[in-house]
Design a protein around this ligand. Structure first.
Ligand SMILES: Nc1ncnc2c1ncn2[C@@H]1O[C@H](COP(=O)(O)OP(=O)(O)OP(=O)(O)O)[C@@H](O)[C@H]1O
Ligand SMILES: [Mg+2]
Length: 517
């Protein structure tokens, strides 16, 4: 199984694209904010300067001209009109209004229809005259009451009680329209262009920096991935159940969102694998200790027995009868046979449990192998008067497996059936083709009508050195390694073995092998 690859095609998947998008959004929003703030403060600054420069216009006019008749106390309209005309020629942004002491417009030189508001609030005008206001100071524009404008103002007459006010609105409609044209044509486009160029440069620099930062992250993730893959390759074929569990966990883990997520997942997989391998090592170490203890005990027992009988023969040679001598020799031989068998089984199991053991797969007829094995064990079967039967739908059922290892499985299972079935018992060998969408295998079952296995013993029978405690090991030469060898061989073929047994009724072992056409 290969390392789960990260789909990087959608832009939003990779960390660098996410960071780039975030950077672009931040730059766009900060550029817009900077642009708007710049516009606002630029306007404020312009207005402040314009108002300061033109602040004395109104005072100058009221000093130089008589705007309200001293005798009749009426506004001098012709003077105001002339003043307005001159003011607007010299300074096109100025619009002149004469207000009475309540703020009502009493004279102006503009078309009557253009005046929208006839009474002007006096608070900003008084603040301007008193000089306690912060510039820019805004007042109502009589021609457009929705807008406020900067202005200049003075009391009329200048000294004594105020008969009225001269109100000069700065920033007339003409000025505003000219301003708009200037903004759209030049300064605004320049500002937009400058900001865009700065933004573009920042984005390019950001993307470059992100890819420089993320590249080592990708390399690290790749190396960890390769390491985990290598480790999986090493453990494959050893602990199938835990491995397949971790692999299925990987398959169900959600796809990585970005580089950091991928690194996190790969790291998680690697630590899980290391933990798993550590557990395996601990298990292996425990079972090695257990094995050494069992082996030394099991080797010592027949060795001590053979040595004891042989020594007795040597020491008491003259005192022993012919029959006794024969009995001692037979027992010694039987002990050495058992010793040989035990060493052979142990050697075989340790070979099978070596990390790099690989079965030699080939295609062969399963039924033929069954008959060959039964033939080989014919003598043992006959000795106990055990009948056997082979049920197969087709003699040419071919499987893909290691023929000598599978023969060893058959031998061990048949030997057990013979050993744990009383005289005149029966063994049935059944082969069954299981061909469907998911599997293409042959199910093999070996059943007997023997002693059966108790429910307490069942979970342990595949453990090394586990033998029926009720039966004397010495008597039937049991080592308790037979089923451990069977299980390990089938593990190498990716095939679990199942057992069903009822005490005093019989036992049935079942497993499958891949079908070969
Ligand atoms: N067909 C069977 N019927 C009843 N009990 C069985 C059968 N096969 C296995 N067992 C039980 O399982 C135990 C373990 O079997 P296993 O083959 O591993 O060891 P063994 O037969 O005792 O020794 P050996 O290593 O010589 O085969 C046996 O001791 C026996 O109790
Ligand atoms: Mg056995």
């Amino acid at each position: 199984m290969s390392q789960p690859t990260v789909n990087r095609s959608p832009l939003t998947r990779t960390l660098s694209s996410k960071l780039s998008i975030a950077l672009i959004l931040i730059l766009i929003s900060s550029s817009v904010a900077m642009f708007l703030a710049g516009q606002f403060w630029m306007k404020q600054y312009n207005e402040e300067i314009t108002q300061k420069i033109n602040a004395s216009i109104a005072m100058y006019v009221t000093d130089a001209y008589e705007l309200i008749g001293k005798d009749d106390e009426k506004p001098k309209l012709d003077v105001i009109k002339e003043l307005s005309r001159q003011a607007m020629i010299i300074n096109p942004i100025a619009e002149v209004y004469l207000l009475d002491s309540t703020g009502r417009i009493i004279a102006h030189a503009l078309p009557e229809a253009s005046i929208q508001q006839r009474t002007i609030p006096l608070d900003p005008i008084k603040a301007f005259i008193n000089g306690d206001a912060v510039f820019p100071l805004h007042g109502v524009d009589p021609r457009d009451p929705t807008q406020t404008k900067i202005f200049s103002a003075a009391q009329v007459p200048n000294s004594g009680a105020a008969q009225g006010y001269l109100y000069v609105v700065l920033g007339s409609k003409i000025y505003q329209e000219m301003g708009k044209d200037i903004k759209s044509s030049h300064s605004r486009s320049m500002a937009v262009m400058t900001l865009s160029m700065i933004g573009l440069a920042a984005v390019i620099a950001g993307v470059l920096i992100f890819s420089l930062l993320i590249n080592p992250l990708n390399k690290l993730s790749k190396r960890i991935g390769q390491f985990s893959e290598q480790q999986r390759g090493n453990t494959r074929g050893r602990k199938h159940s835990s491995l397949s569990h971790s692999l299925s966990q990987q398959a169900t883990s959600p796809p990585a969102k970005d580089e950091i997520d991928q690194l996190q997942q790969t790291f998680g997989q690697m630590t899980a694998q290391i933990e798993q391998q550590f557990d395996q090592l601990k298990d292996a170490d425990n079972s090695r200790r257990e094995l050494i203890a069992n082996v030394s005990h099991d080797l010592r027992t027949p060795l001590a027995s053979a040595q004891g009988y042989l020594e007795t023969l040597l020491i008491k040679d003259k005192q022993l009868s012919q029959n006794e001598r024969l009995h001692y020799l037979k027992t010694a031989i039987s002990s050495t046979t058992r010793l040989g068998q035990l060493i052979g089984d142990l050697f075989e199991l340790s070979k099978l449990e070596a990390i790099n053991v690989a079965p030699k797969f080939e295609t062969f007829s399963l039924a033929e192998l069954v008959y060959d094995t039964l033939q080989e064990l014919e003598l043992e079967l006959k000795e106990k008067g055990i009948h056997y039967q082979v049920i197969t739908p087709n003699h040419n059922l071919n499987v893909h497996a290691d023929i000598s290892l599978i023969q060893r499985v058959f031998e061990n299972l048949i030997r057990n059936a013979i050993a744990y079935t009383p005289k005149n018992g029966r063994i049935v060998f059944q082969l069954e083709a299981q061909t469907n969408v998911t599997t293409d295998a042959i199910k093999i079952s070996i059943s007997d009508n023997g002693a059966g296995i108790s429910q307490d013993d069942l979970p342990h029978i595949f453990e090394r050195f586990y033998t029926n405690p009720d039966k004397s090991r010495e008597a039937n030469h049991s080592t308790g390694l037979g089923l451990a060898i069977v299980k390990r061989i089938l593990e190498l073929h990716n095939s679990p073995i199942n057992v069903q047994s009822t005490l005093n009724q019989g036992t049935c072992f079942e497993f499958s092998l891949p079908f070969a056409a």
